[in-house]
Design a protein around this ligand. Structure first.
Ligand code: PLP
Length: 380
């Protein structure tokens, strides 16, 4: 299989798995227990917390482990607008992941006024819309980079536009891939996840700026400073930290390698496939994503492309949800001004450090053949 769906998830690294194994097999103590094996688990968790905090220039006390990006986003939006009652209105970008959009819609149904911030053709938030949101008791949630297109939002600039509001960012796609400094970005909350950077699935974290009175909507034990009840999954936490350490050490090298692969894909696709639209901006985008759609999209079935690529042994996606067998247009591409058919027929390549140039050549050649066939079929 040629795996080009690394924005969905990544292969776990061997050293991550090795770091986790003792905590799955022999070291099964509960980190809340006061005897020796519990204390060892506690030490492992706190050392992982420090590694993750350091990677984003936060204090360890500002890091709370969760089950992943989805939980972090839900917990932050719901806590800020409900349990903690810190904000009584909310604004999110139109291109947010459903793990932000859906809780935002639920809060709206519960009476929290919601503003959906429009984006431009490249997917960047229209900063002119921020001025009315620069008031206290407002939560602005804008993702660091988009999972379908790779578009990076200028978060530090956005922060300068709303200094009086709370600012949250879903950084699931950026953490470990591009530098994140929570002080420089000025965010109050951040959501991150392990499985996009060769860590295990089911573990993530939230950054909650020191001094914020954050009340958890999940009740139970007093773990994670009363901010996330539940026995800590030591092995997952240790694996997350190992993945983050490697990602930080190898960030420049991985980014350069992935950028070269994406540039190659860009060049081949542009040369070999007529009437193609590149939805990933060439500046200010993640190094590992390329999203393409087709000008004559009404003649091309997006699902057929993905299925034909699958039959050819290539795993790609379009990033948008497939509901009961009918491909829904991507809300991200619609927000960027593409038509419904263009937003339905998109293809996303997302690479990792394991992807090779040969795989990119092969995938681009096969994509170009599939598109040619689909276009030919509609002529007959
Ligand atoms: N936010 C973004 C931007 C994502 O890409 C994803 C994963 O696809 C999530 C949130 C959800 O993260 P997790 O799978 O860790 O729950």
């Amino acid at each position: 299989m040629i795996y080009l769906d690394n924005s969905a998830t990544t292969r776990i690294d061997d050293d991550v798995l090795e770091a986790m194994m003792p905590w799955l097999r022999d070291e099964y103590g509960n980190a809340s227990s006061i005897y020796a094996s519990g204390r060892r688990a506690r030490v492992a968790i706190e050392s992982a917390r420090t590694a993750i905090a350091t990677a984003m220039n936060a204090h360890p006390a500002e890091i709370i482990f969760t089950s992943g990006g989805t939980e972090s986003n839900n917990a932050i939006l719901k806590s800020v607008c409900s349990e903690s009652a810190l904000a009584d209105r909310l604004a999110v970008a139109a291109t947010e992941h459903h793990a932000v959009l859906h809780p935002a819609e639920t809060l709206q149904q519960q009476g929290v006024p919601l503003t959906i911030l429009p984006v431009d053709r490249s997917g960047r938030v229209d900063q002119g819309q921020l001025t009315p949101l620069n008031v206290p008791r407002t939560l602005v949630s804008i993702m660091h980079a988009n999972n379908e297109t790779g578009t990076i939002q200028p978060l530090a600039e956005i922060r300068r536009g709303v200094p009086n509001a709370y600012l949250h960012s879903d950084a699931v796609q950026t953490f470990g891939k591009i530098p994140i400094d929570v002080q420089a970005l000025g965010v109050d909350f951040l959501s991150v996840s392990a499985h996009k950077i060769h860590g295990p699935k089911g573990i993530g974290a939230m950054f909650i700026r020191k001094g914020i009175d954050f009340k958890s909507h999940q009740q139970g034990g007093g773990q994670e400073r009363n901010r996330r009840a539940g026995t800590e999954p030591v092995a997952l936490i240790v694996g997350f930290a190992q993945a983050v350490k490697s990602a930080m050490e190898q960030m420049d090298q991985r980014a350069a390698q992935m950028r070269t692969l994406i540039t190659t894909a860009r060049e081949i696709i542009q040369k070999e496939i007529p009437d193609v639209r590149l939805n990933t901006p060439s500046d200010s985008a993640l190094p590992n994503i390329l999203n393409v759609s087709f000008v004559d999209a009404d003649r091309i079935d997006g699902e057929a492309i993905i299925q034909s690529m699958d039959i050819a042994g290539i795993a790609v996606s379009n990033g948008s949800a497939c509901v009961s067998g009918s491909q829904q247009p991507s809300h991200v591409l619609l927000a960027m001004g593409l038509t419904a058919s263009e937003s339905r027929a998109a293809v996303r390549f997302s690479v990792s450090k394991y992807t090779t140039q040969q795989e990119i050549y092969q995938a681009c050649t096969i994509l170009s053949e599939i598109v040619r066939k689909l276009r030919g079929a509609t002529h007959n």
